[in-house]
Design a binder for this molecule. Sequence first.
Ligand code: BG6
Ligand code: MG
Length: 232
Amino acid sequence: MGKTLEAFIFDLDGVITDTAEYHFLAWKALANELGIDFDRDFNEKLKGVSRMDSLDLILEHGGKREHFTPEDREKFAAQKNNHYKELIKNITPNDVLPGIKTFIEEIKKNGFKIGLASASKNAFTVVDSLGLTESFDTIVDSAKISKGKPDPEIFLTAAKQLGVKPEQCIGIEDAASGVDAINSAGMFSVGVGDHEILSHANLVFSSTSELQLKTILKAFNENASISEPLEA
Ligand code: BG6
Ligand code: MG
């Protein structure tokens, strides 16, 4: 028997709302203060990655990894987070990315469950400001996750919380690390963004406004019948 689809598990930053841009701005301001610069290409490495891991990548990029004590690093991470929290203060339901609301409604109408698997400790606040808390059947608390993306832990936890098997899930991500996490979890991966950056995904859409449930279901079913051939 082929796999049956039960749930969609969303990333938040860069998929549901454009907070990926706020993370970029806040990290860049901190890095510049430390005499480190980075561009949008390097920023792709930070997407989906936890706060402390992102800081380490930036310090390493600037050749300053060994210059700071663990206390300094805690202080820098808190500084970035305070700046980020300023930037997300004015988020409203109007900040949900184009097409996402109707896509979520369509998913629900078709009887699938919806989970959120964001690495962000600010996820509950952001989802609340967007007015979407009720749309999710479950939201993973990233504070309880020990291994960040690309490790599959957060997606596997979302599936567990939803009471479904990983192979019954579709994960949606804007980050390469997130797509790798979905794939390692044994789920079907949908990328939103640059096709080259998200080349590991099973299916990629250039933007959220292009997300099409019909196209995704077709690709999922085709994939399911390839990976699980019908019994003779
Ligand atoms: C992810 C973002 O969703 O959350 C990363 O893509 C961010 O850029 C990570 O570093 C952790 O977020 P926070 O809000 O806990 O610092
Ligand atoms: Mg993201």
